[in-house]
Design a protein around this ligand. Structure first.
Ligand code: NAG
Length: 427
């Protein structure tokens, strides 16, 4: 599945920050000093940048994204002189002054960059910014509140982990001797990875616990290397070619787009947009979806005349007895084009052709309470949130303030284009 994940991942990948692409080191005339990340490197540091592209540092070089070429790190970080020890992206939404800044550590100094510009007053002594944090670090990583107790930074040196609270500027030291000595640490899609040699080990950011079969070889997951099984066509998706099957936001605030065999989470866009096989999250749904909606801490995936209902926790668990037929579950015949439930409501708005049927989810058995013609047809997906309803059709969407306005409107509003910011496609 690894292979497929990366391949699909790349399909949707946002082209890595291109402004300096011209200065890229070409494969052909690369001097012997240019490192090859497929040769089994040990990275000095890894961090996302302010756009969600991952930066991998080694010596005087940096790679942007999982597929970019090696570039001199001074192209992005002009004032940098030689290798870095550690890097992280600041997560401090309380303070716009340093939120999303890229912090680089070298010996006893810290550099703070934003949009490739060094902030005034940097480099500084590490302790001026981060009291009690040691010099000559091995690694650093952001740890937002919710994943750590408070908005924090984890600093690594040897087997010691210094947990730094950003707001109080205090730190606690733990020793995780069961972890390998991390030369870089990377937070990606809410998970934490300690890189050591060419390998990485995933750990829990509070307990340090390692669950699962580690170490794993980074070349299978975080880069595109020949003979590691994930070559193939990596054409980025154009926004005008987008065609969704479904979209939903679950009760945990996670928003998912579905298209063909893949899904993508868009609320984690700070880490870039990455697509994965639907079966990675919803194991039993192996033929794509027609419509998806969320209700009462559950997610309903509809395909043909079948409904799969999953309990939405950290993982999705298929509820016993499912799939069932659409008829049995919702009181209407499948297939379904789109479906959505608005926040704090108990009605599924089910779209079939140019009709919308309202199914009351608190009633047993389920019955259609209302049926209305719509001013649109060939609808792909629908999403209802605090900002109203988005009805997706091809590469465009229509905005409505409420289901009532959607059903009562005689003419459709002017459609808007799906943008790169919405789902990481290209203009
Ligand atoms: C990397 O991990 C593999 C297992 O995936 C292991 O066989 C190998 O010894 C590890 N190498 C290092 C340098 O840790």
């Amino acid at each position: 599945m690894v292979t497929r994940t990366l391949f699909l991942c790349a399909l949707f990948a946002v082209s890595s920050a291109a402004p300096l692409q011209d200065a890229a080191v070409e494969d052909g005339d690369a001097s012997p000093a240019v490192p090859d990340r497929c040769a089994g490197l040990e990275f000095d540091a890894i961090t996302p940048n302010e756009k969600g592209n991952t930066l991998f540092f080694k010596g005087n070089y940096v790679w942007t994204g999982f597929t970019g070429p090696a570039q001199l790190s001074t192209l992005y970080f002009r004032e940098l002189n030689g290798p870095v020890d550690a890097a992280f992206r600041m997560h401090n939404p309380e303070n716009a002054g340093d939120h999303d800044h890229i912090y680089l550590f070298k010996d006893d100094k810290v550099y703070s960059y934003f949009n490739q510009n060094l902030e005034e007053g940097y480099p500084k002594q590490i302790q001026e910014d981060f009291p009690a944090i040691p010099t000559h670090l091995d690694a650093a990583v952001e740890c937002p509140k919710g994943e750590c107790m408070t908005d924090s930074v984890l600093f690594f040196k040897g087997q010691d982990v210094h947990v730094y609270d950003i707001a109080t500027k205090t730190m606690k030291t733990k020793t995780w001797s069961h972890l390998p000595a991390c030369t870089s640490v990377f937070r990606w899609l809410e998970h934490y990875y300690c890189f050591h040699g060419q390998n990485f080990t995933r750990f829990h950011p509070v307990s340090g616990e390692v669950v699962g079969a580690y170490p794993k070889d980074a070349r299978h997951y975080f880069m595109n290397c020949p003979n590691f099984g994930h070559g193939g066509d990596r054409k980025p998706l154009k926004c005008r070619d987008v065609k969704l099957d479904a979209v939903t936001t679950d009760d945990g605030g996670r928003t998912y787009f579905f298209a063909g065999p893949i899904y993508m989470r868009v609320d984690t866009h700070r880490d870039g947009f990455h697509a994965f096989p639907i079966t990675r999250a919803w194991q039993e749904v192996n033929d794509g979806v027609d419509a998806v909606f969320s209700y009462d801490s559950k997610i309903y995936l509809i395909k043909g005349d079948q409904v799969y209902i999953y309990k939405a926790d950290a993982h999705f668990t298929l509820i016993e007895g499912y799939p069932k037929t659409v008829k049995e579950e919702l009181g209407i015949e499948g297939p379904v084009d789109a479906a959505f439930v608005c926040p704090n409501e108990n009605t599924a708005h089910v779209i079939q052709g140019n009709r919308m049927r309202d199914v009351v989810l608190t009633a047993t058995p389920r019955v259609v309470a209302r049926e209305m013609p719509l001013p649109l047809s060939d609808i792909d997906a629908g999403l209802c949130g605090e900002q109203g309803i988005k009805i997706f059709k091809g590469s465009q969407f229509y905005h409505y303030d409420s289901p009532m306005i959607l059903a009562m409107g005689r003419i459709a509003p002017v459609p808007e284009d799906i943008t790169p910011a919405m789902m990481g496609c290209e203009e």
